[in-house]
Design a protein around this ligand. Structure first.
Ligand code: UDP
Ligand code: MG
Length: 139
């Protein structure tokens, strides 16, 4: 088992509801080390670029409007099995299907405003992290 990285965003519904601190606590208590973190807001074009893999999906317009509507917190996290352990910590995309005790079960509003992002592969974690952070910040 090697130490690996994943990428996360605390999404606008959760930053707006004041859950940022509680969610960061959950992440640290689950054994992740924060390697980089920033509070920022996406433009609509930033959101379209970040989510371009979903550009053909019916929810793309709503998703990109929502993700650019208010601040997010972006972070690079490190842990053994970071990508899969983080997906377990956040729970299913639809909070009504998310396991009890997961971040989405406890903090998400809906399938679209679902509190938090987690990368789905090592490759995408690297791509998504470098969307937000410079090479120096990622070192
Ligand atoms: N999403 C949505 N409606 C859907 C599926 C997804 O609004 O039916 C949004 C939701 O915010 C989700 C994001 O699009 O987190 C990316 O979708 P994906 O299938 O990659 O889910 P995730 O990896 O975030 O669980
Ligand atoms: Mg995804």
């Amino acid at each position: 088992m090697s130490t690996k990285r994943t990428f996360t965003m605390i999404k606008p519904d959760a930053t707006g509801a004041g859950y940022t601190g509680k969610i960061i606590d959950r992440i640290i208590n689950a054994g992740f080390t924060i390697k980089a973190m920033k509070w920022t807001q996406l433009s609509i074009d930033d959101a379209k670029s970040f989510y371009h893999v979903h550009s053909e999906r019916p929810f793309f317009d709503d998703l990109t409007k929502y993700m650019s509507s208010a601040p997010i917190v972006a972070a690079i996290l490190e842990k053994d099995n970071a990508v899969s352990d983080f997906r377990s910590l956040i729970g299913a995309t639809d909070p009504s299907q998310a396991a009890p005790g997961t971040i989405r079960a406890d903090f998400a509003e809906s399938i679209s405003a679902n509190a938090i992002h987690g990368s789905d592969s090592d490759e995408n974690a690297a791509i998504e992290g470098s969307f937000y952070f410079s090479a120096r910040e990622l070192a």
